[in-house]
Design a protein around this ligand. Structure first.
Ligand code: PLP
Length: 427
């Protein structure tokens, strides 16, 4: 028995499903999850000491590669001075200032400990600041696991949603309107009917939780104009895209200014952190200035903040994102060319250091199109690549991530492995 299998058996006895976050369990691809022993640069090593080229990157944070020496050093230096104080530190001001400098829509920012906490609080803030209850989200977008966001569309157009998790009372999602991503007419209809009751629209401005799906031309613009016209707040959930698709997130790429932005993943450089921020007049509704309550024992944790500051500094190197985007494009172009050469229906897309691969002729524009891709073939591809020592996300509904340590040799080795796999898949 492999050591991975042994560990998985043992994990399943003390941890539900053997994992601390469900997608790690390989349920959607089958097989035994790999237990990670260590990681460096673009590589992971599992419990059997097999090496993998990693395209998950901790689901986004590892943009500088794993265990970047300068980030590790920043963490070590911070840890020596104490792990947590429950009192403010200068580092928190520094990272807040760095985020505000970098993201055009941020005037004030509050740190939390995860993306879930950031989105949950941004929604509460939007409701508190507007005095309205209803929120709009899109099918296929993931905003963490807060109750009111674990919801799928109801049966009819413009009906309020149904919970997607046991333990969420229908009443808790009764105020959540779920629309199709990229359905601009649906958004206009929702505002025409419910506009005066809508507190906010929350959106992944480039979606990365139904594989990679980009916004259609005019979609984000319509969200901005509908929110403005009806006094609702626009929340860009940039937990995944922030500092991943470019130096200013999707708001920098599109020039569209949300009222609130949520961040996590990259801004902690691998340590637990999250943040929400935006217009000062809205942020001033948060306690202790305002009546919207939010707090956290470990919020602004000094070690996480040190990792975040060092990561943001390194991301500011001239040309960083151009290089990252070019490497990512080499990967996706190479995969698509190789699959097509073997006659396999396949497409790929990327933005900055984030990519999507789809066993479908065309890049999908929403959840239904992703679901219509050849998911069975993805599973075979996933496992064959794993055998080849390449670790893609264990689900056809997840985006992939490239780091600055994925150099030409690493991308070349990936493409050589993929070509062998595609050639087998074609038979
Ligand atoms: C990962 C993610 C979250 C949740 O963040 P956690 O840190 O896992 O709680 C929220 N929104 C988006 C867009 C994400 O990708």
């Amino acid at each position: 028995m492999s050591r991975n299998a042994e560990l998985f058996d043992r994990a399943c006895r003390s941890i539900p499903g053997g994992v601390n976050s469900p997608v790690r369990a390989f349920r959607s691809v089958g097989g035994t999850p790999r237990f990670v022993a260590r990681a460096q640069g673009p590589y992971l090593w599992d419990a059997d000491d097999k090496r993998y080229i990693d395209y998950v990157g901790s689901w986004g944070p590892a943009i500088l590669g794993h265990a970047h020496p300068e980030v590790v050093k920043a963490v070590q230096e911070a840890a020596v001075h104490g792990l947590s104080y429950g009192a403010p530190t200068e580092g928190e001001i520094r990272i807040a200032e760095m985020l505000i400098e970098r993201l055009p829509s941020l005037e004030m920012v509050r740190l939390v400990s995860s993306g879930t906490e950031a989105t949950m609080t941004a929604i509460r803030l939007a409701r508190g600041a507007t005095g309205r209850n209803k929120i709009v989200k899109f099918e296929g977008c993931y905003h963490g696991h807060a109750d009111s966001l674990l919801v799928k569309a109801g049966s009819g157009l413009l009906t309020f949603g149904n919970p997607t998790s046991a333990g969420v009372p229908p009443e808790f999602v009764a105020h959540t309107l779920v629309l199709d991503y990229n359905d601009t007419a649906g958004v206009q209809a929702a505002f025409a009917e419910h506009g005066k009751d809508i507190a906010c629209v929350i959106v992944e401005p480039i979606a990365g939780n139904m594989n990679l799906v980009k916004p259609a031309p005019g979609f984000l613009e319509a969200l901005r104009s509908e929110c403005t016209a009806h006094g609702a707040l626009l929340i860009f959930d940039e937990v995944m895209t922030g500092f991943r698709v470019g130096p200013q997130g999707v708001q920098g790429l599109t020039g569209i200014k949300p009222d609130l932005t949520t961040l996590a993943k990259v801004i902690g450089g691998g340590m637990p952190i999250g943040a929400f921020g935006g217009r000062a007049d809205v942020m001033k509704h948060i306690a202790p200035l305002g009546a919207v309550y939010q707090a956290g024992t470990l919020s602004g944790n000094p070690v996480a903040v040190a990792a975040g500051i060092k990561t943001l500094e390194l991301l500011s190197a001239p040309g960083f994102y151009d290089k990252l985007a070019a490497q990512t494009r080499k990967l996706t172009d190479g995969l698509a060319a190789s699959a097509r050469a073997h006659g396999i229906p396949f497409s790929a897309d990327s933005v900055g250091g984030m990519f999507g691969i789809y066993f479908a002729d065309q890049v999908p524009g929403g959840l239904a199109a992703v679901s219509a891709s050849d998911i069975e073939r993805f599973k075979v591809f996933f496992h064959a690549m794993l055998d080849e020592g390449v670790y893609f996300a264990p689900s056809a509904y997840e985006a992939g991530f490239v780091s600055s340590t994925h150099d030409d040799a690493v991308i070349g080795a990936t493409l050589a492995a993929a070509d062998r796999v595609f050639s087998k898949l074609a038979k």
